[in-house]
Write a protein that binds this ligand. Structure first.
Ligand code: NAG
Ligand code: NAG
Length: 308
């Protein structure tokens, strides 16, 4: 899920003043060039929207001179890319991205990845399924790592699509037809229908090892140097916001939440997250503000250091 109306964000980003970091942090020498960065946009957004991903790409390029930033386009055109964020089977999207990354000569020595909103969980699937080229650091910015149970607010201009999506989800998120064709159904996590979720969720239940423990996923995820999760502390778009730190509602009810560390996933270490935590590979960042609302200063201070 991504907030489509990024105008407010943009004005924050642009209004934030000059980049002092440039003077303080010279670029690395040529033998140790900065790793390329792959971005995956959120719902309702596209690779190249000048008001959102386009401006973020530009901002990163200005802050880290010489960095290669690839903002993923899912499909052949920008409008297909936006549509696919709602309607294209996520497993297919992930495999398209995997082959795109594998064919990119710039990425062969490794890359960092930053996913915005649903792009955060999609890139984790890339890390788990496609270890080559190697992803080094994964940053999930407001990603729904344990899915969502609710679509409380819809991104501005696509609100009619969202009203429709909400109806479909309520009617039967775990029916095959909805699973296959609705992206948000594929990370719909209904704590009151845990059996249905585990059995029928085509994407999330698979990458979160709900049915079986796929040792390959576990091994691949642990190849990351860092997995950074950013949570927006006043998030009114993602429900529950705890999912941004890999927490979720406790099974069987829809009120109380549990943290990642309290979950079965972690206690049984089904995905390697407990091992990564013990190795200091998990960073949980919180920032004031609603979904995807951050300032350029915050971005430069908290996220840019992972990219140098
Ligand atoms: C280049 O990176 C490697 C591996 O991270 C490190 O061991 C080495 O010291 C770096 N060299 C320079 C010149 O920074
Ligand atoms: C585990 O994941 C790998 C990589 O995606 C896949 O090839 C394999 O079929 C999966 N195994 C199971 C049991 O799901």
């Amino acid at each position: 899920i991504s907030r489509f109306k990024m105008t407010a964000l943009l004005s924050l980003l642009l209004g934030a003043g000059p980049l002092l970091l440039l003077a303080l942090n010279p670029v690395h020498g040529s033998d140790n060039a900065t790793l390329p960065l792959v971005l995956w946009h959120g719902m309702g957004d596209s690779c190249c929207n000048p008001l959102s991903m386009g401006s973020i790409k530009k901002m990163i390029e200005e802050t880290i001179p010489g960095i290669d930033v690839l903002s993923l386009m899912i499909g052949k055109t920008v409008s297909q890319d936006t549509e696919n964020g709602f309607f294209m089977d996520v497993n297919e999207q992930v495999s398209m991205v995997c082959s795109q990354l594998a064919q990119d000569p710039k990425l062969k020595d490794g890359y960092n990845a930053m996913g915005f909103s649903q792009g955060g969980q999609f890139l984790r699937a890339v890390a788990q399924r496609c270890p080559s080229p190697p992803m080094k650091t994964l940053i999930s910015v407001g990603g729904q790592q344990q899915g969502v149970y609710g679509l409380p607010k819809c991104p501005g201009e696509s609100s009619h699509i969202c009203d429709w999506i909400r109806k479909e989800l309520n009617a039967g998120a775990y029916t095959d037809i909805v699973q296959k064709h609705l992206v948000q159904a594929q990370y719909w996590h209904d704590p009151l229908n845990d059996d249905l979720y585990k059995k029928h969720s085509l994407f999330l239940a698979d990458i979160n090892q709900e049915r079986v423990v796929n040792e390959t996923y576990k091994k691949n995820l642990q190849l990351l140097d860092k997995f950074v999760m950013v949570k927006f502390l006043q998030d009114s778009v993602v429900d529950p916001a705890d999912t941004e730190w890999f927490g979720f509602l406790k099974t069987g009810q829809a009120k109380e939440t549990e943290t990642l560390q309290e979950s079965v996933l972690y206690k049984e270490d089904r995905l390697g997250l407990a091992a990564m935590d013990a190795a200091g590979k998990l960073d949980f960042l919180g920032t004031e503000g609603d979904h995807l609302q951050f300032t350029r200063e915050w971005f430069n201070a908290k996220l840019v250091p992972y990219l140098r």
